[in-house]
Write a protein that binds this ligand. Sequence first.
Ligand SMILES: [Zn+2]
Ligand SMILES: [Zn+2]
Length: 171
Amino acid sequence: MQVTSENRTRFTEEMRLIPGWAIGLAALGFVCMQFVFDVVIARQPDAPPRWGRISLGIFAGLVFACYFLLIGYVNRDAGRRGMSRVLWTVVAVLIPNGLGIVLYFILRQPLQARCPQCGKAVQTGFNYCPRCSTKLHPSCPHCQREVNLGDTYCPYCGGSLAESRPTEPAR
Ligand SMILES: [Zn+2]
Ligand SMILES: [Zn+2]
């Protein structure tokens, strides 16, 4: 249950990344498809029946809406990961059948975090900010590698982590 709600929060956060113009284009694409199927195709002599046109219109509209939302997501997400926003937006738009978007999700860099002190984008795995040397993660005082908060001994060098956590009772 906990995991599910965490995943949902994460998904909502990702969705918030989608810019307004992409949501606008998605809505426009959806409405255009309703128009195409309900008005333009209805005038064709061999048009499918009305229920068929409506369901096809909704389906095509949803496909278009998802396409625009994903392009908007790629545009923002690429910048967040230190990748070229322009290049990846062009790739997502120009490679047909959504393959550019698939390519992006395969090749994207790991998410960059921000230094809480100076705001510089830092790669995941960095222990110290390269600009202001703020400590970003709990690390072993002996080998400087990243450790988990609850660990008593460093999993890499076996050194005691007790002195880095003064709240822990001495052994
Ligand atoms: Zn910093
Ligand atoms: Zn260590």
